[in-house]
Design a binder for this molecule. Structure first.
Ligand code: AMP
Length: 502
């Protein structure tokens, strides 16, 4: 019997433990052998702390290589890794701990007492430099821990969804979910042991934890491991790297930097995901660097579903085609396929799709259909040759006077107006129409562009019901840690535009 995910992650470098895995900010390099030896010691320490197969290890820790060893060590010990956003407050933490009842919680030393008050769990610490009671406990054990046997359908991780509506839900991910997606992506994007990936993403989210880390381990490549996103650090790393994975903000910020083209000259691959990459960013990146960004689409519940091709056309404004093994359909939300070219709710099926929401069987049954398809809640359209375009979340669709308005269609027109940096289109309550379309717009220079000039420009291109009834100008759109625009905050902010509700 094996431990599926661990077997897959350590396979590539089993014969060459001296191969480099991580180049750290302090100039040192950690080898595959040292990384796994440390993870084994952590696994032994977790078992000694009482962790049994299937028990959760919740971790609210800074980004460090030790934190990645904690992830791998937890899975080796037969446990379920539960990473938590470092931005969560004590109140939020209380919810996750009550919901997931972890056996072990790992936190920053500064939070130890507060966390101990919340949990009956064993509390261990890990600071930003990778030191703490966890590390001390691990050092008391020899390397060489034999991974606890787990099956492909056993859980390896629970990740709480970002929860822009309602309470966050814990997505249960199995060994098969994570292992299969890592192998598929490494293969599809042609990662090899020669790759050096710039890792500047947070590791409490599917993108940095699974896509970036698992692919590196599966392919036997190395990472330039950075504590966070900083354009200077990325520019400095580019000449030594072959690949970058980022959210769209990485690319828009890097485009403003001197020396980008030269630094990027020898790169093999730029990948974007987790939020929509504007087609204009895709075009500008190619003009500056000669590289076409490869955009992919996925989510906490499903890992990655679609990707633009490595060798074929990387089409701006699309998220590519279904990955090998993934079935995808667009429906009316009730299982009926929409007509060709029409927008529909994206549903996906495959070995990547999660096992359901922790403790929420009814919610799981609503979104995970009997035929195995997961209702993503995203709305998309398919080009004639199968490229998917994400036009928004179903929950963000505006219904005004009984008509559906897909925000993306209006946003693209507003964004094309001279002087507009970006926009978010939302629906707010309206006494006559149910909802009214409203645009929230960021301008290059507030004096030069007016509501009338934008509305006058887009008016002739849009049916009347799709035209925004108001535009609000703001300095920046609210975004979460992964760069996603938080439309729920905008809806709250502008809820009373057309009503007198208290
Ligand atoms: P999360 O579970 O936090 O990773 O969020 C997943 C959601 O991010 C998806 O359901 C999409 O709404 C959005 N998303 C991810 N990748 C893309 C992309 N390439 N383009 C547009 N939206 C994306």
């Amino acid at each position: 019997m094996q431990n599926t995910l661990v077997d897959v992650l350590r396979l590539s470098r089993q014969d060459n433990p001296a191969a480099p895995l991580a180049h750290l900010p302090d100039g040192t390099t950690v080898s595959y052998g040292a990384f796994f030896a440390g993870a084994e010691q952590i696994a032994a320490a977790l078992v000694a702390a009482g962790l049994g197969p299937g028990d959760r290890v919740a971790a609210q820790v800074h980004k460090s290589l030790s934190a990645l060893q904690l992830y791998v060590g937890t899975v080796m010990a037969g446990g379920v890794f539960l990473p938590l956003n470092t931005g969560y407050t004590a109140t939020e933490l209380a919810y996750f701990i009550a919901d997931a009842s972890p056996r072990v919680v790992v936190c920053d030393p500064a939070d130890q007492d507060a966390v101990a008050a919340l949990a009956t769990a064993r509390v261990l610490t890990l600071d930003a430099t990778g030191q703490g009671t966890l590390t001390k406990a691990a050092q008391g054990h020899p390397a060489g821990f034999t991974p606890v046997a787990r099956g492909a359908d056993d859980l390896a991780a629970i990740l709480y969804t970002s929860g822009t509506t309602g309470k966050p839900k814990g997505a249960m991910l199995s060994h098969r979910n994570l292992a299969s997606n890592a192998q598929t992506l490494a293969d599809y994007w042609q990662f090899t042991a020669d790759d050096v990936l710039i890792h500047a993403l947070p590791i409490f989210h599917t993108h940095g934890l699974f896509v970036a880390t698992n692919i590196t381990l599966v392919s036997g490549g190395a990472m330039i491991f950075q504590p966070g996103f900083n354009t200077d650090d990325i520019l400095a790393a580019l000449p030594r790297a072959t690949a970058l994975m980022g959210v769209p903000t990485f690319y828009t910020r890097l485009l403003q930097c001197e020396g980008l083209a030269k630094a990027a000259a020898r790169m093999r691959l730029f990948i974007s995901g987790s939020a929509p990459l504007l087609a204009e960013t895709h075009v500008a990146w190619e003009q500056h660097t000669g590289h076409r960004i490869l955009e992919r689409y996925g989510m906490t519940e499903t890992n990655m579903n679609t990707s633009n091709p490595y060798d074929g056309e990387r089409r701006a404004g699309t998220v590519g085609v279904p990955l090998p093994g993934v079935d995808l359909r667009l429906t009316d939300g009730k299982g009926k396929r929409v007509e060709d070219g029409q927008p529909g709710i994206v549903e996906v099926r495959g070995p990547n799709v999660f096992k359901g929401y922790w403790n929420l069987p009814e919610k799981t049954a609503e979104e995970l259909l009997p035929d195995g398809f997961f209702v993503t809640g995203d709305i998309g359209t398919l080009d004639a040759d199968g490229y998917l375009r994400i036009v928004g979340r179903a929950k963000d669709m505006v219904i005004t006077g009984g008509y559906n308005v897909y925000p993306k269609e209006v946003e693209l027109l507003i964004d094309a107006h001279p002087g507009v940096v970006e926009s978010a289109v939302i629906g707010v309550p309206h006494p006559d129409f149910g909802e009214a379309v409203v645009g929230v717009v960021v301008l290059q220079s507030p004096d030069a562009t007016t509501q009338d000039s934008i509305l006058g420009d887009i008016g002739p291109q849009l049916a009347r019901y799709k035209q925004p009834k108001r535009l609000f100008f703001v300095e920046a759109l609210p975004r979460n840690a992964m760069g996603k625009v938080q439309k729920n905050l905008l809806r709250d902010r502008y809820a009373q535009t057309f009503t007198d509700a208290p």
